[in-house]
Design a protein. Structure first.
Length: 124
């Protein structure tokens, strides 16, 4: 949305537990990349939560997450954004920051999903 002082990006999903001022503040575009990468991880791990062959399918899910993450990051870099590969340390920090936030969110709202960010943190 354009305002009298510039552009404002409205994120209707956002991070409900984060203060509005924090959600409106400028941030590294890699924070959004980290959010997308966490979404891939969530999509894969959520499918495994109650699957009877969870252990056997975990490597397949992990491979899916890795391939999609690499493709997304390559496309992001090619489109002119910051290259996630050239900013790996910052991206890793943002991924862990997002996962820690998810732990708090899931503990409060969806305890059955808490394992999703906890497993990611343990593997990182």
């Amino acid at each position: 949305m354009r305002t009298q002082t510039g552009w404002v990006v409205l994120d209707f999903e956002g991070e409900p537990a984060s203060p509005l001022a924090q959600r409106r503040a400028r941030s590294s575009p890699l924070r959004d990349v980290a959010g997308m990468l966490r979404s891939f991880d969530y999509a894969a791990r959520h499918q495994l939560l109650t699957h009877p062959e969870r252990v056997a399918l975990a490597p397949v899910a992990s491979d899916w997450v890795q391939r999609n993450g690499e493709a997304f990051c390559a496309g992001y870099a090619e489109a002119g954004g910051l290259d996630p590969d050239r900013n790996a340390v910052l991206l890793r920090a943002l991924l862990l920051d997002k996962a820690v936030y998810e732990v708090i969110y899931e503990a409060r709202n969806r305890p059955n999903w808490l394992v999703i960010p906890l497993e990611f943190i343990a593997e990182t």
